[in-house]
Design a protein around this ligand. Structure first.
Ligand SMILES: NC(=O)C1=CN([C@@H]2O[C@H](COP(=O)(O)OP(=O)(O)OC[C@H]3O[C@@H](n4cnc5c(N)ncnc54)[C@H](O)[C@@H]3O)[C@@H](O)[C@H]2O)C=CC1
Length: 364
């Protein structure tokens, strides 16, 4: 895989050209613009290849991926065709390293990867729909760029606080982007998301600027493991940057609903005081629950909170022995937040966040 990485762009472009040439009927399963998609395929292969000798980690990655592929209309018979085109593309470009042995190793890995995904999709069929339709019931603009969107799924949608889902709008068919649930499961079955319109972010832009009550979006299955372990009473240290506060609020609500007052410390970071668009909701939770403390952290300008970038604010607090850390927000914040927490001596297994490769394409 290391040898293929530098030529990944060429391999994936050639792969899709082969695929659509031999199986033109598959083109309709993909978005009109393939930019983000090209990148995704390679990142997924890279991640799977990394875990190919670790069955537990491989299944943890591929089972949700196989389930999630149901919403695209992927069928078991598509996998061998994809595999053949992939080998064709690798054989074409990885000429320096391509021989019979390498080809066999790829065939074995791809067969294993696709079988896990096919089995996961088949097992899911009896349990859940491939996707849910959900009607927008509320669209609340919080700043010029951020909206809180509440939807009603057409069928019950079971999920856990801290998880996220892929979402497709009617304006960009087959373009799916990930958003975290902004509250714990509610008794009325409604789901909410915090969305920030970013430059070149088609889905986010449409959700903030075009979506209105009555519009219908599609939702993929819930996924992600940044969830609370209710088997322990350990404390939670939560870092939410920008719209990353959405899953953090869901986690706080989840702890509150379990009625067990374990200590929860939230650091909520934003560029300016004005961008702390959900601070009032967090302050309300803080007033209601003595085990919760909320600190705001603001990059620039006048503010009642701590100054600086979010991870820098941790320096004056802690230690957090006996706490699990949860991080959600921009990739740079997650990376430097993890480094800061490791620097305080927190073991890696206590630090949770969503896979950063799932967060990057939120811009699209
Ligand atoms: N589950 C998750 O992890 C979620 C992630 N997100 C992601 O969060 C991001 C939110 O973007 P915005 O609201 O524009 O955030 P932003 O750019 O306004 O930053 C928010 C906070 O993160 C800190 N920060 C940003 N970049 C940093 C860096 N390189 N190093 C250290 N700290 C940094 C800032 O100090 C600020 O406190 C989006 O990329 C979105 O995809 C959103 C929701 C859930």
């Amino acid at each position: 895989m290391a040898q293929v990485e530098p030529i990944a762009d060429k391999v994936t472009s050639y792969f899709y050209a082969l695929l659509f040439l031999h199986l033109p009927e598959l083109r309709s399963l993909f978005p009109a613009s393939m930019d983000v998609q090209r990148d995704r395929l390679f990142k997924a292969l890279l991640t799977a290849a990394k875990h190919v000798d670790d069955p537990g980690a491989l299944a943890a990655y591929l089972v949700p991926l196989g389930r999630g592929h149901r919403k695209y209309g992927t069928l078991p018979e598509h996998y061998p065709a994809v595999g053949e085109c992939l080998l064709g593309a690798l054989g074409q470009y990885a000429t320096d390293v391509w021989d019979a042995e390498t080809e066999q190793a790829w065939v074995r890995s791809y067969t294993l990867i696709s079988q896990i995904m096919i089995d996961a999709a088949a097992a899911d069929e009896s349990r859940a729909p491939a996707w849910w339709q959900a009607e927008v019931v509320e669209h609340e603009r919080r700043t010029g760029e951020i909206a809180v969107i509440t939807v009603r799924p057409d069928e019950p949608y079971p999920f856990l606080a801290g998880q996220y889902a892929a979402l497709e709008t009617p304006w960009w068919p087959r373009v799916w982007r990930h958003y975290s649930f902004a509250s714990a499961p509610r008794s009325d079955g409604l789901l909410s998301f915090h969305v920030k319109a970013v430059p070149a972010g088609w889905v986010s832009g449409a959700l903030v600027n075009r979506a209105r009550p009555g519009d219908v979006i599609r939702l993929g299955p819930p996924t992600g493991s940044m969830t609370v372990d209710h088997g322990t009473g350990d404390g939670l240290l939560c870092l939410g940057g920008g719209t990353g506060i959405a899953p953090i609020k869901a986690l706080v609500e989840d702890v509150a609903e379990r009625g067990r007052g374990r200590p929860v410390e939230v650091f909520y970071g934003a560029r300016s005081e004005h961008d702390l668009y959900d601070i009032e909701a967090l302050r309300q939770l803080e007033r209601r629950h003595p085990w919760l403390s909320v600190r705001s952290v603001v990059d620039e300008g006048r503010s009642d909170g701590l100054p600086g970038r979010l991870p820098d604010a941790l320096g004056g607090y802690g230690p957090w022995a006996g706490h699990d850390a949860y991080l959600a927000g921009p990739v740079g914040m997650i990376r430097s937040g993890v480094a800061a927490l490791r620097g305080t001596g927190m073991p890696g297994h206590r630090i949770r966040h969503d896979p950063v490769e799932e967060l990057v394409p939120n811009a699209g």
